[in-house]
Design a protein. Structure first.
Length: 281
């Protein structure tokens, strides 16, 4: 037992400050992106089957849309630089910069030493949801991805269709790597359509039935050439459980759109981070 100091309430009453005020981040020109999107044509599509993942490629300057089809379903999204898998989505720093859940105008940032926007969210049909009475919201960067190791730890058994395994297989198939080579590249995800938060009383990660319905979508602008992989989580809408075949699961649709020539005047691919990497030596 620790002793409670006499000024405990005073210390607790100190007002918080935002760790990373983000008003100095490079500005997002949504009008430019949306203008380019107007004349864009579809160049590819991938249907992700339930409890599976599929990879897709998006060139810098193109858009990709993740849509709910058939029924409420959440998706676990990984992104890599198509030319260098060591540059991958950094969920933790994205969370530090934007908050626990992402929506329109916010970005998926890459890992060190790159730390640049990989993709910018340009449309979110669930943007109306906001933060509910439980502190829940959609499209989180606070979860990780369901995985067979945690499942084994907590419940025993061997389950092979967790998002971690689905993403591993999809990356291996897309690159020709073995599963053992592909697995270390799989990383913490953007939980597309998933409704999550932390409980106020115990601080635990919670999920609840996603508000997503068929026709809803989250759309992104690719800032660099991307290799993506999306898993249709075995949790379905994540209203009860994951890491099993119990939940109703539906496919997710990924579509890629290419703007017309010249539609992105004024846009250029973001450079990698400006830190000189000498680390004080
Ligand atoms: Zn999952």
């Amino acid at each position: 037992m620790t002793d409670i100091p006499a000024d405990a309430e005073t210390r607790r009453a100190v007002a918080p400050v935002i760790c990373y005020p983000n008003d100095t981040l490079p500005k997002v020109d949504l009008a430019l992106y949306r203008g380019a999107r107007e004349g864009a044509r579809k160049v590819d599509e991938v249907l992700v089957p339930p409890r599976e993942a599929m990879a897709f490629r998006v060139a810098a300057g193109q858009f990709f849309r993740v849509s709910s089809v058939e029924g409420p379903q959440v998706g676990d999204l990984n992104l890599w630089n198509a030319h260098d898998l060591s540059e991958r989505f950094y969920s933790g720093k994205t969370r530090a910069l934007h908050g626990t859940h992402l929506s329109t105008g916010e970005r998926m940032w890459s890992a060190f030493p790159f730390l640049r926007p990989m993709a910018t969210i340009t449309e979110d049909t669930l943007g109306w949801y906001g933060i509910d009475g439980y502190g829940g919201s959609v499209h989180d960067v606070i979860g990780t991805r369901c995985d067979p190791y945690t499942h084994n730890l907590l419940s025993g058994g061997q389950y092979h269709h967790c998002c971690h395994s689905n993403l591993t297989r999809a990356l291996a198939d897309a690159t020709g790597m073995t599963l053992a080579e592909a697995e270390p590249h799989v990383h913490d995800v953007l939980n597309v359509f998933m409704c999550t938060g932390f409980t106020r009383d115990t601080g635990q990660y919670f999920m609840k039935a996603s508000p997503v319905r068929p026709g809803d979508y989250l759309e992104f602008f690719a800032e660099i050439d991307l290799l993506g992989a999306l898993s249709a989580c075995p949790g379905g809408d994540c209203s009860s459980e994951h890491s099993s075949d119990e939940a109703a699961c539906y496919p997710l649709l990924v579509e890629v759109f290419a703007p017309e020539e010249g539609a992105l005047q004024g846009w250029s691919q973001p450079g990698t981070n400006g830190y000189d990497r000498t680390h004080g030596r």
